[in-house]
Design a protein around this ligand. Structure first.
Ligand SMILES: Cc1cc2nc3c(=O)[nH]c(=O)nc-3n(C[C@H](O)[C@H](O)[C@H](O)COP(=O)(O)OP(=O)(O)OC[C@H]3O[C@@H](n4cnc5c(N)ncnc54)[C@H](O)[C@@H]3O)c2cc1C
Length: 558
């Protein structure tokens, strides 16, 4: 058995930021990750990170207002205030740790415009901001002496006497299952993108953290709020950063029109993501698309700018779409990108289970509400990762370990053994996973309706049945990725059910949740969060009011 004061599940930006701050606050800290830390999905973040720096003439209140409006008034304003107030110092801290942010012609940190914001306040490193941040944080946690269990897979959170006591984990290399005892556990296991097919997310984004927390009774909040990003490549779903539009790229329909003029005359291509995705989908549905897509045109930006600031997407468009962005527009369409919802926490990352924290995309503070602004997610991972780490380190000082021994892993050992012993059948993880992903993308995408969502719920429940007897052909212990993918699928199905149930429940259109059968926002009945909790009788729904501090809900236009 292993023991640490603070155990962090996930080595993306949220997990590593939490690890660093918990370590700096005196805790013995370990991070566990199912892939090498710098392969976490944070590495793929392209466009940048938001902060209102006062010496640059910006004001965090304006950033907070844009975030509240972007969330379609579902974000909790007390939490949004914390995030936006602490953004500037967080970005500067990252600069001091060694992140080489792109600079402007005067040598100051450069900004680019991002959607849904009144001011250009997105700090960036060309179009690989996530990679720059992640590698620097990895250096910092190595330097600080954080223990990293890399390529270990978390199977279960342990709760003893109502408090979080550690986790049961599998070393993927050997297949051995261990107990790690901890006084506090910070869940930082990232998003669930791959519950949908296609998605911009890495194949490892399978909602494990939401599933793990949900299974021990932590509520999931705002799960119906799934972000479809406006510019993903047709076919593969690979992301083309919003930074392209931030630098001035245009969206065109089959008639060559900049159609955003009709949907968001002031902000045009830089309206909020939900607004742009709906506009594109409407153009496509009304016959002004090209083979299910519209076009993103960068040609007028000129080669020097594209090569300097958008170098990665130049390669992505060439490699994945066979398009040279310098010479022709690239076909794009809305694609699943981000989960606004997640494990409900307060501003210190605390879930309702004492000792269990959550931060990053897995969590729902809620700062994104119905629609996340581009470049607010990296900020969310750092601010709430740091705060969770600080709080967890303090908590660990005030308590001792629960009395656990290796037998705490017995239930999970039996679970894995049962899976391995399922008799041979056609149902392997791959087919169930594809059926789930395409169903979710067919019925829970940009436009939704009751009949479609109900049929998705039926399908997800049938898939859960099939999953009970899922067949794992590889019987080995060493590097059994077949087993790992099957375990991930179990978490994905939990997430798919929670998303569908919440979406059916919300009978209005708000943010990313647009219903053809309830096209208007309904503040009277639905200015509240939906929570899903697992109970003995299956999933149960609950509600929580939205916190409004300074910004009363208004009609939202761009
Ligand atoms: C292509 C792309 C581009 C993006 N660009 C931007 C951008 O420019 N700006 C912005 O603000 N946001 C962007 N986002 C969103 C943002 O990158 C993510 O929301 C954020 O990086 C998530 O960080 P995280 O630390 O929460 O999780 P992740 O970085 O996803 O890390 C999750 C960690 O959890 C571990 N883990 C998961 N399950 C288990 C398990 N069962 N056992 C052990 N370990 C586990 C993984 O190994 C990994 O280390 C982008 C997202 C994508 C997909």
């Amino acid at each position: 058995m292993y023991s640490h004061d603070v155990l962090i599940i996930g080595a993306g930006l949220a997990g590593m930021r939490a690890a660093l701050s918990a370590r700096q606050n005196g805790a013995d800290v370990a991070v566990i990750s199912k892939v090498h830390p710098v392969r976490s999905h944070s590495n793929a973040a392209q466009g940048g990170i938001n902060a209102a720096l006062e010496h640059a003439g910006d004001d965090w209140h304006d950033h907070a207002y844009d975030t509240v409006k972007g969330s379609d008034y579902l974000g909790d304003q007390d939490a949004i205030e914390v995030m936006c107030r602490e953004a500037g110092s967080e970005v500067i801290q990252m600069e001091h740790y060694g992140v080489t942010f792109s600079r402007d012609e005067n040598g100051r940190l450069g900004t680019r415009a991002f959607g849904g914001q009144g001011k250009a306040r997105t700090f960036f490193v060309a179009d690989f901001t996530g990679q720059a941040l992640l590698h620097v944080l990895y250096e910092q946690i190595m330097r600080a002496g954080v223990r990293v269990y890399e390529e270990w897979f978390v199977l279960e959170i342990l709760v003893e006497d109502g408090e979080c006591a550690g986790a049961v984990v599998m070393e993927i290399r050997s297949g051995d299952i261990h107990v790690i005892r901890a006084k506090a556990v910070i869940m930082a296991a990232g998003g669930l993108g791959r519950v949908f097919e296609p998605s911009t997310n890495a194949l490892i984004c399978t909602g494990d953290g939401m599933g793990l927390a949900y299974r021990v009774g932590a509520p999931l909040m705002d799960m119906e709020m799934v972000q479809y990003h406006p510019t993903t490549l047709k076919g593969s779903g690979v992301l083309i950063t919003e930074g392209a539009r931030g630098e001035g790229a245009h969206l065109l329909n089959s008639e060559g029109d900049r159609f955003m003029e009709r949907y968001a005359p002031n902000m045009m291509e830089l309206a909020s993501r939900d607004v742009v995705s709906r506009a594109e989908q409407t153009e496509i549905n009304e016959g002004r698309g090209i083979d299910g897509s519209v076009l993103l045109d960068l040609r007028h930006l000129g080669e020097p700018l594209i090569r300097e600031r958008l170098t990665q997407i130049l390669d992505i468009a060439r490699d994945f779409a066979n398009v040279n962005l310098l010479e022709e527009p690239v076909p794009i369409r809305p694609g699943m990108h981000y989960q606004m919802g997640g494990v409900k926490t307060d501003v210190d990352g605390q879930t309702p289970i004492p000792g269990l924290y959550a931060a990053g995309e897995v969590a729902c503070v809620s700062v994104h509400g119905g629609n996340r602004l581009g470049a607010n997610s990296l900020l969310d991972t750092l601010v709430f990762g740091r705060r969770s780490g600080e709080h967890a380190a303090e908590l660990a000082k005030s308590k001792s370990h629960k009395d656990l021994d290796d037998s705490a892993a017995d239930a999970e050992k039996a679970h894995v053994q049962r899976l391995m012993e399922n008799p041979k059948s056609e149902d392997m993880f791959g087919q169930i996973r594809v059926d789930m992903g395409t169903t979710m993308n067919d019925h829970l995408a940009v436009y939704r309706n009751q009949a479609g969502m109900e049929s998705a719920l039926d399908t997800v429940r049938q898939l859960r049945e099939r999953y009970q007897s899922v067949y794992v052909p590889d019987k080995g212990k060493t590097w059994n990725t077949n087993l790992v993918f099957t375990l991930e699928l179990g978490f994905m199905l939990d997430c798919a059910e929670a998303i569908t149930l919440s979406a059916i429940e919300r009978k209005e259109s708000r943010g990313a949740h647009t219903r053809e059968d309830f096209p208007e926002r309904d503040d009277e009945n639905w200015l509240r969060h939906i929570l899903v909790r697992q109970t003995e009788d299956g999933p149960a729904l609950d509600y929580q009011s939205v916190v409004v501090t300074q910004w009363e809900p208004q009609v939202r236009s761009y």
